[in-house]
Design a protein around this ligand. Structure first.
Ligand code: ADP
Ligand code: ZN
Ligand code: ZN
Length: 659
């Protein structure tokens, strides 16, 4: 029999066997039209198969072959299988969702021009000794897989090291992939590559039009794209002659997809490099603990750029104890005075607060009633527009009640500060200053973020208020003062990664200050100025901080010293997800492995969300192999359970958030 395995777009963890119509050979990576149940669909041939478990009476024939040449290079098919295996995710979804939409149907590749031709080389900078050492190490490994962790403080010249490594790779006639965590960072990164190498850069992210995405994908497939800059999905592009992968801001949580196919683009990029036999550079001022542990274990080579590349000194950090102080507009009097001083000198100020909306809490002063979401275990955030209350988890919204629903009092008040309220009070305080707010509410308007970023770079904005969007590697040449308004959020969280994330965020935000002309200043408001983590941050000692925190992780057998997988289940009633997870737990009993701990089922940290009750089962192991073996038993239990019809579930390998 002449059989092939086909990946089809269905949520099942298997490939489908089909008969070839004639005694032909179809190469892996070719699209085919196949019958599936009562309909027909486009799938991708993943390989030949020797035999099948399907009865010959039920075996179906391929309807049509769509490509004369494979759409995907063979190495990419192997890679998809590996990735789908690792994440225990349906292979058809992994393969087909990676394709531009037109290619999920039987559309042909469009004609594209080659970008190699107009390459021009603008001069490179003379590297300092640390940069030279880093570059030398990278260039020594250009034709093989090797993983470098380039840890360099903001402004230390990491990008210059990437650029000079890229130049050598392009000389070899190979392509380069640069991954950035956010779409908003692509223009800035693109600009730097274009100014060095000419107009040979292809972007790839989800805000491009389907046509542009298809064009970019095709360029890569035809080996007509020397440099690709993209967000996480670019890791699945059809490269065949890749010479280098760069992952900038590698610590950024955005590299992990948080829904559907929950992959880590950083980890996947490292495997991709391994399969393609090229080096990969992970760059960050604040590397993820996983990456630091890999460097410590000798899997990655650590390259350090300890100082800024320009003459500008690192920013001076001041901790402001606001525990006992009366704040004005959410700011300590000292900070307000400092801001006034900077504004007088026409210097730029950035205020970082990780809460959007007007106020995070709306309360009755008489009976202490709090506005909460009817569908989530969460408080509603007050928005100034038409005084609405909004839930950040399910987007439930309602107008503010005129009276307290419990005691009928009219003494209702916002408590705490969000970006909108800060904006309002700073406008009142500094009426002369030009001011802009950047958060995911403000940036929903198309083009707004680009506009503000450009204006900031051109020094047309004096006061910038924003959330973590501002922490992500943006380059603000005129910024002098950075204030972090609440540094305590991560200190007492239930999430074991909270302090790591908070430290990364604070150091990244602080790194925006004083990059080109003069040293910057950073003020951190806290109610716990003596806390050892904040002391370490105060000294900008990420190494010291990570050492302490990694020791703690090791003692508690938490990642990176163990591996986790989280099974989440949720339903309209609380009993169903618990039952489903108990069913899994019981089903695993015959296969228990001493190296795998099963914890739960327990309610999720936020039990009720969007009207659903969320529960979870955590698998923890020191052995990745044992953990994955166990997960292999979990998925059939979940897929085949009748409970799963009324309960939704998902599997998260190496979860970043424990929600
Ligand atoms: P990073 O990527 O680490 O934040 P960049 O590569 O953006 O750092 O460099 C920060 C600034 O320092 C840039 O303005 C860059 O032009 C400058 N720079 C980098 N390397 C050098 C060097 N070797 N000599 C002089 N200036 C440099
Ligand atoms: Zn009340
Ligand atoms: Zn809600």
């Amino acid at each position: 029999m002449n059989l092939v395995k086909v990946a089809v777009p269905v949520p099942l963890r298997q490939q489908f066997d089909y008969l070839l119509p004639e005694k032909k050979y179809i190469a892996p990576g070719v699209r085919v039209k196949v019958p599936l149940g009562r309909r027909q669909t486009i799938g991708i041939v993943m390989g030949q198969c020797e035999k099948t478990t399907i009865a010959s009476s039920r075996l179906k024939e391929i309807v049509a072959v769509c490509d004369s040449e494979p759409l995907l290079p063979a190495c990419l098919c192997d890679f998809f299988e590996k990735v789908a295996d690792y994440y225990h995710h349906p292979i058809g979804e992994v393969v087909l969702t990676s394709l531009p939409r037109a290619l999920r149907q039987a559309k042909p590749l469009p004609p594209v021009s080659c970008l190699w031709a107009n390459r021009q080389n603008n001069p490179a900078l003379v590297l300092n000794t640390k940069q030279q050492d880093a570059l030398k190490a990278i260039l020594a490994c250009l034709d093989q897989f090797y993983c470098f962790l380039l840890q360099g403080v903001t402004g230390s010249g990491k990008t210059e090291v990437y650029l000079q490594a890229v130049a050598k790779v392009l000389d070899q006639g190979k392509a380069v992939l640069v991954l950035v965590p956010e779409i908003s960072l692509t223009p800035q990164t693109k600009e730097r590559f274009v100014s060095r190498f000419g107009d040979v850069v292809v972007c790839y992210h989800s805000q491009m039009t389907p046509k542009k995405r298809l064009e970019a994908w095709t360029r890569v497939r035809q080996q007509k794209a020397p440099i690709v800059i993209g967000t996480r999905s670019a890791v699945f592009m059809p490269f065949s002659q890749l010479g280098l992968i760069v992952i900038d801001e590698e610590h950024d949580p955005s590299f992990k997809q948080q829904e559907g196919f929950r992959y880590s683009a950083r980890d996947v990029a490292v495997w991709r490099a391994k399969l393609l036999g090229c080096p990969v550079i992970l760059g960050s001022a604040t590397p993820a603990f996983e990456s630091l542990a890999n460097a410590k274990a000798g899997k990655y080579q650590l390259l350090v750029l300890p100082e800024r590349a320009t003459q500008v000194k690192p920013p001076e950090v001041t901790l402001l104890d606001v525990g006992q102080q009366k704040l004005k507009a959410g700011l300590s009097p000292l900070l307000l005075a400092q801001i006034a001083l900077r504004l007088e000198k026409k210097e730029q100020v950035l205020l970082f607060i990780n809460r959007r909306g007007y106020a995070p809490t709306y309360m009755c002063l008489n009976c202490h009633w709090l506005a909460t979401c009817p569908r989530c275990d969460a408080r509603l955030t007050l928005y100034s527009e038409q005084s609405t209350l909004v839930c950040h988890y399910c987007l439930f919204r309602c107008s503010c009640p005129p009276r307290c629903p419990t005691c009928q009092s009219t003494a209702l008040q916002p408590v705490g500060y969000g970006t909108q309220r800060l904006e309002e009070s700073l406008k009142a305080h500094f009426p002369q200053a030009t001011l802009a707010r950047i958060d995911s509410d403000a940036t929903r308007k198309k083009g707004y973020l680009e506009e503000i970023l450009t204006k900031t770079k051109d020094n047309e904005i004096q006061l910038l208020i924003g959330t973590q969007i501002l922490a992500k590697g943006h380059h603000f040449p005129h910024l002098r003062l950075v204030a972090i308004l609440d540094a305590d959020g991560g200190l007492f969280s239930a999430d074991f990664r909270a302090v790591e994330k908070m430290a990364q965020l604070i150091i990244q935000v602080a790194g925006r200050a004083g990059r080109v002309h003069q040293a910057g200043e950073v003020f951190i408001q806290t109610s716990h100025p003596a806390h050892p983590f904040l002391r370490a941050l105060f000294k900008q000692d990420y190494a010291k901080l990570t050492e302490t925190l990694l020791d703690e992780r090791a003692r508690c057998h938490l990642p990176p010293f163990s591996h986790l997988a989280l099974i989440r289940a949720y339903a309209k009633t609380a009993d169903l997800p618990q039952k489903l997870l108990l069913h899994v737990q019981k089903g695993l009993a015959p296969y228990l492995h001493e190296a795998v701990k099963i914890l739960g089922p327990v309610p999720a940290p936020m039990l009720k969300r969007q009207g659903y009750y969320h529960f979870q089962l955590l698998l923890q192991s020191s052995s990745r192999r044992a953990l994955h073996q166990m997960l292999g038993y979990c998925t059939p239990l979940l897929e085949k359970s009748t409970l799963a019809r009324r309960t939704r579930w998902s599997l998260d390998i190496d979860p970043q958030e424990m929600f």
